[in-house]
Design a protein around this ligand. Structure first.
Ligand code: MOS
Length: 759
């Protein structure tokens, strides 16, 4: 592993270690379920053993008889509160205890509360349900699914993008492919389990729960409990694995809050890993049909991408990655269509690069097939189809460094040494394959607020209700303040993860660094303006310099002429102990209601495909070497190189760490990860980390990340494109292409496992 932090290049920030690293490695970072609370009671969930039907009877006697049991919350007990409303703040519209209907396997039927965790677990397991059972529909191809077009039906999907006349162009194309691809069900398995701890202080409700969206949850939980949002506080200072799984709130939160109210005690419920498969969100299985037509010169004239995604009966959750795949290359014509297939399953949800991971996997696997059909080098094929504008709205890209990424990654990887002939590269009993693929992720940004306070002692306190989901956002926000205020990073404290702080948008869609840093920048610049005005005022230490440019460094204001004044002395002259600024950042193109929506927990997203002036994406190129044993078909990935361009890099260490983690997850998607669904019962089978495979250290060998310098001022004031989700896009397609190169077998259904290479 290449973990050494390189020297910063232009537009690339210092590779500072994370400001919370010491807390994390010494166990002093307290996660939400670590909260020490006096008189805490423990909750355990009872869940349904059927996937479709009705609970006709619930017998609680045995559960109530367990010593230490305090309460059981079940049907009838939630009647005074409102059901969840499906959306970005709520994972599902199912109110599991509002209604005896069972929509999916593992649906919550009760919460047992007891003096100890063990008693609560025992009681939950002794709750006996009787059901009226219907035959459930598990997935694609099961009898009883309902298929609907996503566009116009799901509130999460605007339109099927189109350009030109695909049918005519495809019919006329000299070289074409028409193939189908699929990705499996995948479940979040964060090491930090899902948990809720709730307690009441009079009318005030405090919830400690790992969350990527404390403001959205505060508002949605208040709505469900019919409370004033000002009386609800969500606290989530550290999160152990988020990736979308802690983005929307699940129904458990309100149930635990109600239990705490009934008991007049704090209640904590930690969901077991097995229960989380049914009570949290997941990445649903997808299918794709891709048609590409090109001239003999390799120029694509026709591109069609049809996608199918599984969702639940009540909620039309969709990822719809065609808005990115339809704009990836300079296709002559584009046709896309996304369909939702409803089955008796829990509602899916966000999982790292939700649209791009499955849709770009299909596109990039198809691009490699097309390069083979054309007899063309796959990198050259992408180069030929590099567009001047995106094909749908004919807008320019705010910046697009894809070819630079390909060139730098190809060079570092040694792509020139690749023999394009299938199966030609060998090392003893190992067949060697090399493949590559494009990574793309939309660059979005949302309104965000931040409060910054600079004291006479030179300390800075930065407050922002964003979330440290492991990306290092505390560190990069601190770096932005350090740079603008000329204060060393160790003098800066950063508070996040609390809905009582200035609101930030959901930490999803790779928007946090851009949004938070833009707000911090605005607050710091307001402080700078005040300081400079005071310093240059009549009688001030820099009087007469007010027309000059200036900077803040090492606790001093330095004018261009060289004149300087200590910040400490300026504050003293102002007769204040500190300057504090509260900034509200709204991106270009924000509506007049944008800030109101931020406080309401429903922030507007800008950027990506939505702006008038340009489309905004981060890009990357990934190259993979696979080795496949001739006899056993064992598949190894000894080498992976990714080059990525994502605008300004706030911190090269945290950025590389995100991209590395993304590529490793991509290898897992290619070779390991899949939830097996028992089609008879619509039930997940491998519900633990023993059977749900993810890559371990032994699976990852040489991994290299290249940060390609890129400057883009159009994306946001910070110049930052998000990259938390970029790294795992395209990886699986690069692996599939490398497997084809080694073996001549094109695997179109993930994950790629030994058995697919045996026949
Ligand atoms: Mo991410 S899946 O947008 O948390």
């Amino acid at each position: 592993m290449d973990a050494a932090a390189p020297r910063p290049k232009e537009n690339q920030g210092e590779p500072l270690p994370r400001v919370d690293a010491r807390l994390k490695v010494t166990g002093q970072a307290h996660y939400p379920a670590d909260l020490p609370a006096a008189s805490i009671a423990y909750g355990a969930l009872a869940t349904s053993s059927i996937a479709r039907g009705k609970v006709t009877k619930l017998r609680l006697d045995d559960a109530r008889a367990v010593p230490g049991v305090l309460d059981i919350v079940t049907y009838g007990d939630m009647d005074k509160i409102d059901k969840p409303k499906f959306g970005n703040s709520s994972a599902t519209s199912i109110g599991p205890l509002h209604d005896r209907t069972i929509f999916h396997d593992g649906q919550i039927i009760a919460l047992a509360v007891a003096e100890t965790f063990e008693a609560a677990e025992e009681a939950a397991q002794l709750i006996r349900a009787e059901y009226e059972e219907d035959k459930p529909t598990a997935s694609f191809d099961s009898p009883g699914t309902k298929t609907v077009a996503a566009a116009g039906k799901s509130p999460m999907f605007k339109e099927d993008v189109k350009a030109g006349d695909f049918d005519a162009a495809f019919a006329a194309a000299a070289v074409k492919i028409d193939q189908r691809y699929s990705t499996p069900t995948q479940h979040h398995n964060p090491i930090e389990l899902f948990s809720t701890t709730a307690y009441w202080q009079g009318d005030q409700l405090v919830v400690h729960e790992p969350s990527q969206n404390v403001t959205g949850w505060k508002v949605e939980l208040a709505r469900q409990l019919k409370m004033d949002p000002a009386n609800v506080r969500i606290v989530s200072p550290f999160i152990g694995g988020a990736f979308g799984s802690k983005g929307p709130m699940t129904p458990r939160t309100a149930i635990v809050a109600v239990a705490a109210k009934r008991l007049g005690r704090p209640v904590r419920c930690v969901t077991s890993r097995m229960q989380a498969f049914g009570t949290q969100t997941y990445r649903a299985e997808t299918r794709h049909r891709i048609r590409i037509g090109a001239g003999k010169d390799g120029r694509i004239t026709a591109f069609a991408h049809e996608g199918w995604e599984v969702t639940s009966r009540p909620d039309l959750y969709v990822v719809g990655g065609t808005s990115a795949t339809g704009r990836m290359y300079g296709y002559g014509s584009v046709l896309t269509h996304v369909s939702l297939v409803q089955a008796d399953r829990n509602t899916p949800g966000y999982m790292r690069s939700p649209p791009e991971t499955p849709y770009v996997y299909a596109l990039e696997n198809a691009m490699d097939e097309m390069a083979v059909a054309l007899g063309m080098d796959p990198v050259e094929f992408r180069r030929i189809n590099e567009p001047k504008t995106e094909p749908i709205g004919k807008k320019p890209f705010s910046s697009r460094s894809l070819i630079q990424c390909y060139d730098q990654a190809a060079e570092a990887f040694g792509w020139a040494r690749r023999d394009p002939k299938i199966g030609a590269m060998r090392d003893g009993e190992w067949l060697i394959g090399m493949g590559c693929a494009t990574a793309i992720y939309p660059t979005a940004v949302a309104p965000c607020a931040a409060r910054v306070r600079l004291t006479v002692d030179g300390d800075v306190r930065l407050q922002c209700g964003s979330h440290e989901i492991g990306t290092g956002v505390r560190t990069v926000a601190g770096q932005m303040a350090s740079e603008r205020l000329g204060v060393a990073i160790d003098k800066i404290s950063v508070e996040m993860g609390d809905s009582s702080l200035p609101p930030a948008p959901v930490s999803g869609g790779s928007i946090s660094t851009a949004s938070v840093c833009s707000a911090v920048l605005k607050a710091c610049d307001a402080i700078r303006t005040k300081l400079f005005a005071a310093a240059t005022a009549e009688g001030g230490p820099l009087a007469g310099s007010h027309n000059e440019e200036f900077d803040l460094a090492d606790g001093k204001i330095v004018a261009k002429s060289g004149a300087s004044a200590k910040v400490e002395n300026v504050l003293k002259a102002m007769q204040v102990g500190a300057i504090e600024e509260y900034a509200e950042f709204a991106p270009k193109g924000a509506t007049p209601e944008a800030l109101k929506k931020l406080y309401a927990g429903t922030p507007e997203f800008h950027g990506g495909e939505q702006d008038e002036d340009s489309v905004k994406y981060a890009f990357g190129a990934e190259f993979v070497e696979v080795r496949i044993n001739r006899y056993t078909r064992e598949i190894r990935v000894p080498r992976i190189v990714g080059a990525f361009a994502a605008g300004r890099i706030m911190n090269t260490r945290t950025a590389r760490s995100q991209l590395m983690g993304g590529m490793i997850w991509g290898i897992g998607q290619a070779l390991h990860e899949a939830t097996e669904v028992d089609r008879r019962y619509a039930r997940y089978v491998n519900r633990d980390l023993q059977d749900y495979l993810v890559p371990v250290n032994a699976d990852i060998k040489d991994l290299q990340v290249i940060l390609v310098p890129e400057i883009d001022h159009a994306v946001n004031p910070a110049g930052v494109k998000g990259l938390g989700e970029l790294g795992n896009v395209g990886t699986a397609a690069a692996v599939a292409s490398a497997v084809f190169h080694a073996t001549g077998k094109r695997i179109r259904d993930l994950p790629i496992r030994i058995e697919q290479l045996l026949v």
